[in-house]
Design a protein around this ligand. Structure first.
Ligand SMILES: NC(=O)c1ccc[n+]([C@@H]2O[C@H](COP(=O)([O-])OP(=O)(O)OC[C@H]3O[C@@H](n4cnc5c(N)ncnc54)[C@H](O)[C@@H]3O)[C@@H](O)[C@H]2O)c1
Ligand SMILES: N[C@@H](CCC=O)C(=O)O
Length: 389
């Protein structure tokens, strides 16, 4: 809720800032003028999971820049989306400037994307669906429609031998298991230097065992259920595969589909390359590394995703060099790697993780705008140009 309010306030202020016409230096005398205006009808917000990200954020960005918006929330969270849109209408957003459409992505979402009048699409969800939308837009006749895709990641944390193990364990448990791992930013791959690996793994195991998995209405609960039966079944399939291929580091999860509870799980794998896809739940892969940390970052880059990265080191120059090498949108040093704050940690990835621009950052709203440059030939009127200066 706080994040949703932050987004509304931030984009309202940003729209005021960026949508002012700017005079640019020009010859002979009268400046060229450049300004932004809303791109038009849409964007359609084919929202993905509302498990964490606040749906009103995208809608606010579209409306603040003078667009109308059609919002399609995730199938799993229709009520919160309806409540958010109701609040926006009550606050004065005209009904015909913002409409909510519920329904499956394959029908309603796909139809929205294919709609001829849509000026832009903002999508939050998985990489494969983002690719499908990109292909659908490319196949459409008419104007070239921009896409903002905010997708997932195989988010890694690189821990060197100077790191503080207690701090690492705390950051790992928060980043991998809070929100039951259902954040795009969540830690999926812990890369720990072999010199301290045994100690760090033991500490993470101890801390993870203390987490209480259960009903979120109970204050003791640390890890709630996953969002639906489909997500639960997909996680069970991943866990069966990991039990066959990797070394389990935590007690096996119960498989009661009724509760949809998946306690924290961790598996040791041999190589960074062994982790091939995002698992959207409380499942951590652990790998030991040695040698040049820049080689480890290069291997992480080769996974193709680029959303979040954690670095744990007490060598500042190393943290700076590794952050520079990483082709990753959000880098966190010696802390957890979730919970980006609007206006403070603009959020979003590159590569398979998204198209940019970064949500909650100073460049986001430009993507919702058409920019127009007006150049006037002042000599056409005749007279002395110098007098117009
Ligand atoms: N980068 C971010 O900011 C961010 C934030 C939250 C979640 N995510 C990512 O979202 C994913 C989990 O969410 P999910 O399971 O809801 O993702 P998903 O891709 O399965 O679904 C996302 C949305 O796409 C719609 N959809 C499905 N097919 C469509 C089509 N052909 N055309 C148009 N819309 C279609 C669905 O109805 C849903 O609303 C994870 O990969 C996670 O990392 C990213
Ligand atoms: N911006 C959020 C994640 C959004 C995706 O689920 C974070 O930084 O944790």
């Amino acid at each position: 809720m706080r994040e949703a309010i932050d987004f509304l306030r931030y984009y309202a202020a940003e729209a005021e800032r960026i949508m002012q016409p700017q005079a640019l230096p020009a010859r002979p005398a009268r400046p060229t003028c450049c300004g932004c205006r809303g791109a038009g009808r849409g964007p359609a917000s084919a929202r993905g999971t509302s498990r964490w990200r606040s749906s009103p954020a995208v809608v606010a960005a579209a409306l603040a820049t003078g667009n109308t918006a059609l919002a399609k929330p995730a199938e799993q969270t229709p009520a919160i989306a309806a409540a958010a849109v109701r609040l926006l209408h009550e606050a004065g957003v005209p009904a015909d400037a913002l409409q909510l459409l519920h329904g499956p992505g394959e029908t309603i979402g796909a139809a929205l994307v294919a709609e001829p009048g849509i000026a832009g699409v903002v999508f939050t969800g998985s990489t494969p669906v983002a690719k499908a939308i990109q292909r659908a837009l490319a196949a459409k006749d008419g104007p070239i429609v921009p896409l903002i895709a905010e997708t997932g990641g195989i988010n890694a944390m690189l821990v060197d031998s100077t790191a503080l193990p207690e701090q690492v364990a705390d950051a790992v448990v928060q980043s991998a298991f809070r929100s039951a791992g259902q954040r795009c930013s969540a830690l999926r791959l812990l890369c720990v230097h072999e010199g301290i690996a045994d100690g760090v793994i033991a500490m993470v195991q101890g801390a993870a065992r203390e987490l209480v998995t259960g009903d979120p209405v109970r204050w003791q609960t640390d890890v709630g259920p996953v969002i639906d039966g489909e997500a639960f079944e997909a996680l069970q399939r991943h866990l069966r595969r990991l039990h066959a291929q990797a070394r389990p580091l935590l007690p096996a999860a119960a498989t009661d589909a009724g509760t949809r509870l998946v306690p924290p799980q961790a598996f040791e794998v041999a190589r960074i390359e062994d982790v091939r896809q995002e698992i959207f739940g409380p499942v951590l892969h652990v790998v030991r590394w040695s040698g040049d940390p820049r080689a480890a970052i290069a291997a992480i880059n080769r996974l193709g995703y680029g959303l979040t990265l954690g670095l744990q080191t007490r060598i500042d120059s190393r943290a700076e060099a590794l952050a520079r090498d990483a082709r990753i949108g959000n880098v966190y040093v010696n802390r957890n790697m979730i919970g980006a704050v609007v206006g403070v940690q603009p959020f979003g990835g590159e590569g398979l993780s998204g198209t940019g621009p970064k949500a909650g950052g100073p460049h986001y709203l430009y993507r919702f705008c058409g920019e127009q440059t007006v150049t006037v030939n002042t000599t056409a009127a005749g007279g002395n140009v110098a007098l117009l200066a």
